[in-house]
Design a protein around this ligand. Sequence first.
Ligand SMILES: Cc1ncc(COP(=O)(O)O)c(C=O)c1O
Length: 370
Amino acid sequence: MKVPYLDLKAQYETIRGEIGDAIQQVLDRTAFAGGQFVAQFEKEFAAYCGTQSAVGVGSGTDALWMALLGLGIGPGDEVVTVPDTFIATAEAISWCGAKPVFVDVDPVTYNMDPSKLEAAITPKTRAIIPVHLFGQMADMDPILEIARKRKLFVIEDASQAHGAEYKGRKAGAIGDAGCFSFYPGKNLGAYGEAGAVVTNNEELDKKMRMLRDHGQAKKYYHSLIGWNARMDGIQGAVLSVKLRHLPAWNEGRRRNAGIYDELLKGVPGVAAPKEAGYAKHVYHIYAIRVPDRDRLIASLAEKDIHCGIHYPIPVHLLDAYKSLNLGKGSFPVAEKSASEFVSLPMFPELSKDQIHCVCTELNLYCKILA
Ligand SMILES: Cc1ncc(COP(=O)(O)O)c(C=O)c1O
C-alpha cells in the first residue's frame, strides 16, 4: 500500500469548492498585496489564538525576523534558542545582526530544557525563542519565569504548533510574540508562502505593521527602514477558509497519533513521541526515534512508505553556523535525537489502514534487527 509522507491533494479535494470561491473573490476585488483578505484573516487568526492582534507576513522566517526587529533586537545582542529546529529560527536572529545562543533540549519533548536556560544567559541576552517542535509546546512557565527575572523578551516559534496548547492556552499567545509559518505542509498551510506574528503588545503590533511594509504607516511616508514582508491577498483568503477546518484537522492528527501510539507499543527499539502532562500536542510531525534510521527509511521506501527526517543536523553543526565554533558534543541531547529521528507519515486524511501498514512494516523490520 502506498503511504505518502504528506498528501496535500487529499486535503485540497475536501475544500476545493470553498477555496475556488475564496480565490475568485480576491481576483474580483484585485486585492493582491495585503488588503482586506489579509486583514480579515488577521482578525480571525488572532481570535483563534486568543491574542489582541495578528500581523500577516510573507513567511514564518519573516514572522521571526519582524518580531525580533520590532522588539529592537540588533547587533551586539544575543538571543537564546534551541539547536533542535529548522534553521530559520537562527537565521532570523542572525539577520537582525544578533547572535544565536543555544541551549540543549529536553530528552522527552525535544523542546528547550528550562533547567539549562539560565546558564546560556549573559548580559548581552535580550530574548529567548522557545520552539514548539513537532506540534508540542515547550514548558513555558519556567521559561517565562526566567525571562521575567532577567527582563528578557520571549518569542514563541510556533511554526509547527498551530492550535497546540500549554495548560489550556494556545501556542503563540503566551510570550511577547508568537510566530507562525503557513508553509503549505504545516497544520495550517497556505497555497504559497505566508506567516504571521500574534501579539498582545500594541506597540509591537504597530511597529511590525510598518516594518513589513517598507517602514511606512502612510503610503510613501517612510519613517523606518523596513522591508517588503507583506502577506499576499490570495494567501489571506485561502488561510481564512482553512482556519475554519483547523480544529477538525488537528483532531484528525491526534486521532492518528493515538493509533500509532497503540500499534507501536512494544515494537523493539522504537521510541514513540510522548505528550507532556501540560500539553495538547497537534502532531505536525510524528517523530519516532530508532537507532540506524537510514536503513529503516530505505527499507520502508522499498515498500512505498515514505518518511522524513526533521532535522538530520542540529543547527549548531550546520556549515552555515560553523563560525559559532560549536563542535560535536556541545548539545548532546539534540545531537543524539537528531541522529535517530524518523518522521512517520502524518496528516489528517491518513487512513487507519495506512497507519496499520506503516506499523506492520516497521514491526517486521525492527523484529528482524532485534
Ligand atoms: C520551527 C520553524 N521555524 C521557522 C520556520 C520558517 O517558516 P517558513 O518556511 O514559512 O519561512 C519553519 C518552517 O519550516 C519552522 O518549522
